[in-house]
Design a protein around this ligand. Structure first.
Ligand SMILES: Nc1ncnc2c1ncn2[C@@H]1O[C@H](COP(=O)(O)OP(=O)(O)OP(=O)(O)O)[C@@H](O)[C@H]1O
Ligand SMILES: [Mg+2]
Length: 464
């Protein structure tokens, strides 16, 4: 009885303890359930927030190869044609792009992730339907407690439209720059046309005005020269046949008094020198007319060696104190060109060379300008070299820009080479190059296609 009583009270104690444990466990379970519900609610809220975002989120488990998608938000799923982001879970990256990232980019990304460096990338992806997208994304690594890389979080956006917009904008900008350059070129060409026209008209007018009087002078000198021969013959006959011997002495004294012997020797020389001078003026006048070519806007076959000689004659005053000019003119076929325009080019190159030699402190004794021409296949090549001051390398790119000059006002306007390039390159389909060493000298080389160029200038189209 006692025993059973004792047993009965012991089991009652056990029951009470069990109930207590059960209740504690129930309470703990309840608390855990509440915690779990809280966590689930927080997770749902985060998922809802991430699904509401237009930015793409994705988490890849990279502990296996290929990596597996463990989270993707709605925006990313929709972009790739999935109704529910859960359809992507457990799949690898081929679920969102059939295009494989290039090895190099993948390796760089992997290195950065291992090195705990967030990485910004752009990548083209190809969707299931074959359409292509450009995505920009940031990849950030996640590590476990032991420091092993476990996941990569990817946050990105579809930048196809933005990039297309940027490309369009760049194209528009380039178009704008090209239009501005074209307008600038046309302005130069128009300026050139006006300059050529006025220079040509002036030179042709002057040449015409000088031509007529110089012809009178030449004709009169020829007449005087032959008249003096006749007069001398007449004086000799009178002296020999008509003067009585008694008066011969008096006549000789008169002759000595007026230096007749000297006059008879020097007057023909003076006529020769005058004729030489008028011949030079006549040549210059012809050169001026040929140089300007005001009436020949079209391209016709021309002898460029003659054009160079003409330009040298016209430019003599510009270089004669600065340098000695020598030529080595090779055989050139006739070149289809507007020779009046090319004369402008040669003139500017010669004047530039003369200025450069002057700037180097040289003169006609040690300053040199050498002009050489030669045929090179289908091209005619003209080089104008000087031993002037040269052009610093940093300025070489600028010298063809309109209005770039290193000369003081009145000596240069900076248009010569811009116009020369427009004439040679745009209007004749040729090349204009420069080589220069500061302190040593400069060589400009003009290369022109012998058969001319099909290019018609903007100015000639406008002026036509
Ligand atoms: N042969 C050369 N040697 C050294 N510098 C040169 C030579 N030719 C041109 N240059 C440099 O290039 C610049 C531009 O030359 P460009 O012929 O276009 O203009 P400019 O001679 O200054 O003026 P413009 O020709 O309009 O009278 C010159 O100011 C000069 O600095
Ligand atoms: Mg010049």
């Amino acid at each position: 009885m006692r025993k059973s009583d004792a047993d009965g009270s012991a089991s009652a104690v056990d029951d009470t303890a069990d109930r207590c444990e059960l209740q504690t466990a129930k309470r703990e379970l309840k608390a855990l359930r509440a915690q779990l519900e809280n966590v689930a609610a927080a997770l749902d809220m985060r998922n809802a927030a991430l699904d509401a975002a237009t930015t793409h989120f994705m988490i890849m488990d990279v502990r296996q190869t290929p990596g597996v998608i463990v989270y993707a938000n709605r925006a990313l799923a929709l972009l790739h044609g999935y109704e529910d982001p859960r359809e992507l879970i457990g799949r690898d990256v081929t679920a969102i792009s059939s295009k494989v990232m290039p090895d190099e980019a993948r390796e760089a990304l992997w290195r950065n992730m291992q090195g705990r460096r967030e990485t910004r990338m752009e990548s083209e992806i190809v969707r299931g339907d074959g359409s292509r997208l450009l995505v920009g994304f940031t990849a950030a690594p996640l590590f476990d407690a032991l420091g092993g890389l476990t996941h990569i979080v990817i946050i990105g956006a579809d930048i196809t439209a933005r990039r297309a917009g940027e490309i369009k904008q760049r194209e528009l900008q380039e178009q704008l720059v090209a239009q501005m350059q074209e307008r600038e070129r046309m302005a130069i060409e128009l300026q050139l046309a006006q300059k050529l026209e006025s220079v040509g008209r002036l030179a042709a007018g002057l040449a015409h005005e000088i031509n007529t009087p110089i012809q009178y002078v030449g004709d009169s000198i020829h007449f005087l020269k032959s008249a003096f021969v006749d007069l001398s013959r007449f004086i000799d006959s009178c002296r020999r046949d008509l003067i009585p011997p008694a008066q011969a002495q008096g006549l000789r004294e008169l002759e000595v008094g007026c230096d007749l012997e000297f006059l008879r020797q020097e007057i023909p020389n003076a006529f020769e020198r005058t004729l030489e001078g008028t011949a030079r003026v006549t040549n210059l006048v012809r050169a001026m007319k040929e140089f300007a070519y005001p009436d020949a806007p079209e391209h016709v076959p021309a002898d460029l060696n003659r054009a160079i000689e003409t330009t040298i004659a016209v430019a003599r005053n510009e270089y004669k104190y600065a340098a000695t000019l020598t030529t080595r003119l090779g055989e050139l076929p006739p070149v289809l060109c507007n020779v009046g325009e090319l004369n402008q080019v040669f003139l500017n190159l010669i004047v530039n060379a003369a200025h450069a030699v002057e700037d180097a402190g040289k003169d006609a004794v040690n300053g040199r300008i050498e002009i050489e021409t030669r045929a090179d296949g289908e091209m005619a090549q003209i080089s104008i070299a000087d031993n002037g001051c040269g052009i610093p390398a940093a300025n070489l790119a600028k010298i063809f820009d309109p209005f770039y000059t290193t000369k003081e006002v009145g000596r240069g306007t900076g248009q010569g080479l811009a116009i020369a390039r427009s004439i040679v390159v745009d209007r004749h389909g040729g090349e204009l190059d420069v080589q220069s060493s500061p302190g040593v000298g400069t060589t400009f080389t003009v290369r022109l296609p012998v058969r001319g160029s099909a290019v018609r200038s903007a100015a000639s189209l406008i002026l036509a």
